[in-house]
Design a protein around this ligand. Structure first.
Ligand SMILES: C[S@@+](CC[C@H](N)C(=O)[O-])C[C@H]1O[C@@H](n2cnc3c(N)ncnc32)[C@H](O)[C@@H]1O
Length: 265
């Protein structure tokens, strides 16, 4: 049981707590959500970015551009980020964590029909589709449109969306691929922090709790803490868990000493 942590008779890989307000788990989010549901823990807002469903990761072609794009596609395969996830099981758990459905879920275009069917047709939620349109997409358009847009489905039933200005009210974000953050935090699908900032501002209030079951490099956590929200995050891979933990601590000047101690019993 090396590196395992037992809390309330349940075993987690590891837990980092910055204070009672912010908790990070290195584990399968299924496991953590079961624990939260059993304790009737509720969250006000979910912002998450689960693995996409990418049918073809081969770019084809021998040009320099194609080869460099292939490298980033291979990274997605390496970290198991192309095969989606167990949708019904995970979404059912996410829904149980909220009194009022209020969630943003990043996805690629082939996942949109499923999310709309689950949340809009079956659950009767309102929805918006927020778009991150990249201003510098890879120019791969042989026999197809370029992959220049990522989508974030916003679903709510009683949930809160209150943009305070014209820009925050827009569903369109135009920004380049965030190469700098990718290099800095070594996560192949890191989202731009300023996009997440807008979602946090629009759909939560100070001291409310934001949950990200697929935390990656911790972008949602950084934004949540910056806006004085509480944060619960889960990441399966130790490598990314450590990156997100360090990133969240450093970007918010938190006290390292409290890490991995407070909740451990
Ligand atoms: C698309 S990435 C999230 C990137 C994140 N939005 C960011 O800005 O860095 C999805 C993450 O979920 C993690 N993951 C996949 N399955 C998981 C699971 N069952 N439980 C927790 N994390 C999981 C992956 O390791 C990956 O880091």
């Amino acid at each position: 049981m090396k590196n395992k942590i037992i809390k309330n008779n349940k075993t987690f890989n590891s837990i980092g707590a910055f204070s009672n307000n912010h908790i990070l788990y290195n584990d399968d989010c299924n496991n953590v959500m079961d624990e939260m549901i059993s304790k009737n823990i509720k969250v006000d807002l979910i912002i998450t970015d689960p693995p996409y469903d990418i049918k073809n990761t081969k770019t084809g072609g021998e040009s320099y551009l194609n080869k460099s794009f292939q490298k980033s596609q291979d990274e997605l395969t390496k970290f198991n980020l192309t095969k989606g996830f167990d949708y019904e099981t995970i979404l059912n758990k996410m829904v149980k964590l909220q009194d009022k459905i209020n969630m943003y879920i990043w996805c690629n275009k082939s996942q949109i029909p499923f999310y709309l069917d689950y949340f809009v047709i079956k659950m009767g939620c309102n929805f918006d589709i927020i778009k991150w349109v990249k201003t510098n997409p890879m120019p791969t358009y042989h026999n197809k449109y370029m992959t220049d847009t990522e989508y974030c489905i916003y679903v709510r039933k009683g949930g809160y969306c209150n943009p305070e200005n014209y820009q925050d009210g827009s569903t369109l974000f135009q920004a380049p691929i965030n190469t700098k953050d990718k290099k800095l935090y070594k996560h192949p699908t890191i989202k731009p922090e300023n996009i997440i900032d807008r979602l946090v501002r629009n759909s939560s209030k100070e001291n409310e709790t934001i949950f990200d079951p697929f935390m990656g490099s911790g972008t949602t956590g950084v934004s949540a803490l910056k806006h004085n929200r509480k944060f619960i995050g889960v990441e399966l891979l130790k490598e990314f868990y450590n990156i997100s933990k360090n990133r969240i601590v450093n970007s918010n000047n938190l006290d390292y000493k409290s890490l991995d101690t407070k909740l451990v019993s």
